[in-house]
Design a protein around this ligand. Sequence first.
Ligand SMILES: NC(=O)c1ccc[n+]([C@@H]2O[C@H](COP(=O)([O-])OP(=O)(O)OC[C@H]3O[C@@H](n4cnc5c(N)ncnc54)[C@H](O)[C@@H]3O)[C@@H](O)[C@H]2O)c1
Length: 337
Amino acid sequence: MVRIGVIGAGFMGGMHSQCYALLPGAKLIGIADIRKEKAEELAKKFGATAYQDAQALLKNSEVDAVDICLPTYIHKEWVVKAANSGKHLLCEKPIALSLKDANEMVDVARKNNITFMIAQVIRFWPEYIRLKEIKDSGELGRLLSLALTRLSPLPTWGWENWLQIPEKSGSALFDLHIHDTDYILYLLGRPKTLFSSGTKIKGGYGHIFSLFEYPDSIVSAEGGWDFVDTLPFRMAFVARFEKGVVEYNTSYNKPFGIYTAGKSEYPKLGEDIPRVTDTSGNISELGGYYNEIKYFVECVQAKKKPTVVTPEDARDSLALVLKEMESAEKGEKICEF
Ligand SMILES: NC(=O)c1ccc[n+]([C@@H]2O[C@H](COP(=O)([O-])OP(=O)(O)OC[C@H]3O[C@@H](n4cnc5c(N)ncnc54)[C@H](O)[C@@H]3O)[C@@H](O)[C@H]2O)c1
């Protein structure tokens, strides 16, 4: 049994807590939030103890692993504190907003020899997992092109509106679009070149278009949260292979399709994920979050370091996002990484 403490009882704290509560191998022990009422609300729902001071949660020797669902600009502070208290750690993405902070986090986890994972959830999302299987197996031939999309209205739920403050969240480029950048690295590794362009909100990229060139394929990714509030959040991809197309779009009635000569298939994926729709924020199903939390708990149980996403992978995704920002700022293609 892995005994869990969650720090941050906002949108993601609620989502992760629901996942732990569904896993027989995990037990929620404590939930901390500086907004006492948020910690109490979640703790009551899941039969855990509420803390207003996260340090007190870290001092609880009954807690084996801590899940950091805090605003991004304080990830490093709390990862360092939790790692030095010997707890295993899951921390929400993006790992940090600077490579200096990310490296410090990677180092402190290594020094304390803990299981440390960054919640790059798209690596655990059923449709994206299937796309990687199709690409890696070569069942549809070579991947020729891939277009990824992630669109959202402005996030309004954040504590003290931190998401809309670029110095705290990095804006859509670091907070939203990094999901696709991370997946691109997972699927194809580092690109040969990249070019990005975007538009800003309050000085941060609220909308970004990036083009990644590979020796055999070309990849585009659009991410933006500057849409009107009635537009439903959507994530999507179109992957063109030599022998067919794989498409996913959360705004379609049949979200996932595989199209080959004379044949259209719409497999239903993730049927094993429990259905829960009691969430806030812009995503209403457990989807990949359940798989991700399950994997983290299994790694802690087995005393294994995560391999699906390593802390270094998450740091590399941040590094690529920083290169996208550099390209957009300079208006130049980047050919060296
Ligand atoms: N994987 C995803 O799809 C996804 C989606 C949304 C957010 N996120 C990430 O999750 C993290 C949290 O985002 P969110 O949307 O849940 O934000 P949120 O504002 O809803 O929640 C953050 C919570 O942290 C609390 N808090 C702030 N400082 C604290 C402190 N010192 N001690 C204890 N509690 C404190 C706030 O009161 C708030 O309840 C961010 O890194 C964000 O990028 C990931």
